[in-house]
Structures are given as structure tokens and as C-alpha cells.
Design a protein around this ligand. Structure first.
Ligand code: FCB
Length: 470
């Protein structure tokens, strides 16, 4: 045995056999990738001119993150990047989705670019291209420069314009080689988890601020798409990544149907409607108004927000069954005890992905869809490590296989799904859960920074190969 994984229950039988790498319904040219984000893997938080982001501040706030973990070192990817790209190439994947750290590229969130910060991403892109891996750059995966939060953050309109400037700096430098651009990752999480619930940075608990943040994130997205198109030579592929809720009503009772309408409004339509249709859903605006909250739309905003896009990124992990709560307007999530759960406690429901993708293709203007994240945390320490040092993460592998099959079914039902990025390339800093939750298809031993591909990574490689051979 070459790995020093704790084996919590060495006698535990593996939950399933390894799934067949032949996935039905996916085309030969399906894009196979893996994803990461800057703060979750890079470390090197005060090196080469980087300034703090809201996640540096938040993770160093006692009690904010499990075990008081932070991203100061994380996977030390900043120093190990060429090795990590070699690892990715060894898995035979077509594409790599990464994010750029805004305060590394533009310390403080305004002014000129920090050459050393941009150089890092420049080298990353070159390393990827040299290995035939297509770079997919996400401009914002939650690490707002702290200085911008200090003057109000996303609830302030000016942040959208700061984001547009930053987008132009990055696209101007990398756009000769990077064709695939994702403006924002999951604006729902930036706004709602960060400003309403407060379990993510910057940790505020103010619903009105969260709704203002939603609008300014949308505005920032639209402005950024305009800037990307102005500096990146054609053919550019610009898109955004959402994590829309897939909602089901707990029963046909009218109050539960209405709860599902509200949850769908706040979890899906509040994001997709302005960006893809150029309007906010009237019923959601009415629900918000009843709560005394307005969306701060100014003249012309929706035209900016609804920029034509080249693709839609969807992240999917779980679905929601909801019912009306005790108080009027309150929605509660109803746990489904028959569904197995991941280490996050997230219910596993691949059919939700099929339903979500077919619904989006039916209700919104046709766009190619990429699954920009899907994957699962499981407690790898509970698995047997084979004599060869393999990590037999059969649960994670089955999760990936079942969701890829769900995407295949959605394709057969007409959804234009063109690719899949496993979350995540490697175990990393899982936000409020710190390092306690492992989503990687590659294991990271944080004490030594040694990387070991898990069975899921090898399976993904085989599944990609099997599909290409069709
Ligand atoms: C998504 C995030 C990603 C990761 C996964 C588990 O919401 O985009 O960074 O934390 O969840």
C-alpha cells in the first residue's frame, strides 16, 4: 500500500461494481473535462502582488469555516501548476475549466493589471494548449477583491463596472489563445449564500442586499460579455454558469404547487430569465415586492444583461422537493429518505438532471449546454485502498456515470448537451466545509501535496475514450 489513507472501516463492502464506461446517448465529439476554481486550489495568497479576496477574510474569521480551514496553501497549485496539467493530460481529458483570481490579476479590484498575476494564467494556458487541452476560463468564482467589498461589494452597482474592467484585462491578455469564457460561476451562491444566508463570503445576512447583488451580478455578466467580444478575436465562445434548482412540488395541493413556483422562481427563473430572455419574471418580482424588496433595474439594464451567448453552463448536484411552510410565503424543502446521500448530505437524484436539462431546452432560447460541474463528495477514507495504492471510490464513479447517463437521456429528449466537467479535478478547499469534504477525482494528501488519481479519474478517462471511438 502506497497511500496513507485512514481506513475507517476496512471491511466495508464496496457499494456497487464499477460502472460500464460506455455511456448511452453521448456523441463522439462530446467534451470531457474537469473543473477547479482559483481560491479552492491555488494557495499562494500573498505572493506576486495578490491582495486579499472576500474568501481570505471570511476563511480567517474564527468559526466561519469548518475546522477554521482556509485557502492559504490549499493544493499549492500556484507552485505545482505544470505538474497538475501533466496529471490532467494523463487522464486524456479534452478540456479544463479553471477560474482566475481577480485580486491576483487586478489587486484591489481596480486599476492596471498585475503583470505577475496575469503571467501565471498565461503560463497555465500555454501548458494546457501544449498538451491539447482546451482552456475554459471562468472570470469569477466567488473571490471578490476585499477592497471592493469594503465599498459595498455586489449590492453596489459600481461592482458590475469594476468586473467589466477586470474581464477586459483578462480577455485582452489571454484572448488570443482562450476561446471559451464563462463570466460568472453560480451567481445564486455569490448573492444568496454570500449576502442573505451568510454561510459564504462575505458573510452578510441582508436579503435586500442579496437581491441587489443578483441584479448587479447579472449586469456585470452582460458588461463582461460585451468587453470579451470587443477584445477577443472571433470565434469566441462566451457563456455563464448557473446552478438552477430543479424543483418538484411535494404534492398536488395548491399551496405546494405555489411553493414550487416560488422556489423555481428564486432558484432558476430569477437568473435564467433576465440573462436569456431579457426580463425578470413578473411573479418573482411580485413575491419580492411583498417582502419589501425591489430589484434595482435601471433603464437599459436588461438589454445589457441579455447579451447573445454562445453556450449555457449548468452545474448540477441535487434537486429539491418543496412544500409550503407554516408562515405565508414560506417554502420548506422536504427530505426524500429513499434517496441515497453524498458526504455533503446531498440527495442523489440523476433524473433531476435529465428533467432540468429538458426543461431548460424547452423553456429557453436554444443554446448549447455544457455541464460545467457535476460530482460528489464521499468519505474516501472509508474505502479500501488496494495493494497497488488505488483509491476505489466506487460511489463517486457511480455518481458520475449515473449523471452522465442522465445527460445522455436529456440529449435523446432534445437537450443540446455538449460536454461534462467533473467537479473536481482534485480534492480542494470546499468553501464553508474546508478540507473536510473531498470532491476530487484525484486525491490530494494535504501533508505532502501528493496527488493520486482515484478510480473515478481512471474511469472518466475510459468513458471519454469509449465515447470517442463510437
Ligand atoms: C459548487 C461550486 C464549486 C464546488 C461545488 C461542490 O457550487 O461552484 O466551487 O464547491 O459546488
Amino acid at each position: 500500500m502506497t497511500l496513507d489513507l485512514r481506513s475507517a472501516d476496512p471491511g466495508r463492502p464496496l457499494p456497487h461494481a464499477l460502472p460500464d464506461p460506455e455511456i448511452h446517448g453521448l456523441p463522439r465529439d462530446f467534451v470531457w473535462g474537469a473543473a477547479t476554481s482559483a481560491y479552492q486550489i491555488e494557495g499562494a495568497v500573498d505572493i506576486d502582488g495578490r491582495t486579499p479576496s472576500i474568501w481570505d477574510t471570511f476563511s480567517h474569521t474564527p468559526g466561519a469555516v469548518e475546522n477554521d480551514d482556509h485557502g492559504d496553501v490549499a493544493c499549492d497549485h500556484y507552485h505545482r501548476m505544470p505538474d497538475d496539467v501533466r496529471l490532467l493530460a494523463g487522464l486524456g481529458l479534452d478540456a479544463y475549466r479553471f477560474s482566475l483570481s481577480w485580486p491576483r490579476v487586478q489587486p484591489g479590484g481596480r486599476g492596471p493589471a498585475n503583470a505577475k498575476g496575469l503571467d501565471f494564467y498565461d503560463r497555465l494556458v500555454d501548458e494546457l494548449l501544449a498538451k491539447d487541452i482546451t482552456p475554459w476560463a471562468t472570470l469569477y468564482h466567488w473571490d471578490l477583491p476585499q477592497e471592493l467589498e469594503d465599498v459595498g461589494g455586489w449590492p453596489e452597482r459600481d461592482t458590475a463596472y469594476r468586473f467589466a474592467d477586470y474581464a477586459e484585462l483578462v480577455a485582452g491578455r489571454l484572448g488570443d489563445r482562450v476561446r471559451h469564457w464563462i463570466t460568472l460561476n453560480e451567481p445564486f451562491c455569490s448573492a444568496i449564500l454570500g449576502y442573505q444566508i451568510g454561510c459564504h463570503a462575505p458573510g452578510r445576512k441582508d436579503f435586500g442586499a442579496a437581491v441587489r447583488a443578483v441584479h448587479h451580478l447579472h449586469l456585470g455578466h452582460g458588461l463582461a460579455v460585451q468587453r470579451i467580444r470587443s477584445v477577443v478575436p472571433a470565434p469566441v465562445q462566451a457563456g455563464i454558469t448557473f446552478n438552477p434548482s430543479q424543483v418538484y412540488a411535494a404534492s398536488d395541493a395548491p399551496e405546494n404547487i405555489d411553493a414550487a413556483r416560488r422556489a423555481d422562481g428564486m432558484g432558476l427563473r430569477l437568473y435564467l430569465d433576465p440573462v436569456l430572455r431579457g426580463q425578470y419574471p413578473q411573479d418573482v418580482l411580485a413575491d419580492l415586492a411583498q417582502l419589501g424588496v425591489d430589484v434595482p433595474v435601471e433603464a437599459g439594464d436588461l438589454d445589457v444583461i441579455a447579451q447573445p451567448l454562445d453556450f449555457l453552463g449548468i452545474n448540477y448536484y441535487l434537486s429539491d422537493v418543496v412544500a409550503a411552510g407554516d408562515e405565508p410565503g414560506r417554502t420548506v424543502r422536504i427530505p426524500q429518505p429513499d434517496r441515497p446521500v453524498t458526504a455533503m448530505g446531498w440527495e442523489i437524484h440523476p433524473q433531476g438532471l435529465t428533467d432540468l436539462l429538458t426543461r431548460i431546452s424547452r423553456d429557453y432560447p436554444a443554446l448549447p449546454i455544457y455541464l460545467t460541474e457535476n460530482g460528489a463528495a464521499f468519505d474516501d477514507s472509508a474505502y479500501d485502498v488496494s495493494a497497488e495504492g488505488r483509491i476505489e471510490d466506487v460511489d463517486r464513479t457511480a455518481y458520475l456515470a449515473d449523471h452522465l447517463a442522465a445527460a445522455g437521456r436529456a440529449r435523446e429528449a432534445g437537450a443540446d448537451v455538449r460536454g461534462f466537467f467533473a467537479w473536481s479535478l482534485m480534492d480542494n478547499f470546499e468553501w464553508a466545509y474546508g478540507y473536510a469534504k473531498r470532491f476530487g477525482i484525484v486525491h490530494v494528501d494535504y501533508a505532502t501535496q501528493r496527488r493520486t488519481p482515484k478510480q473515478s479519474a481512471l474511469w472518466l478517462r475510459d468513458a471519454a475514450q469509449a465515447t470517442r471511438k463510437r
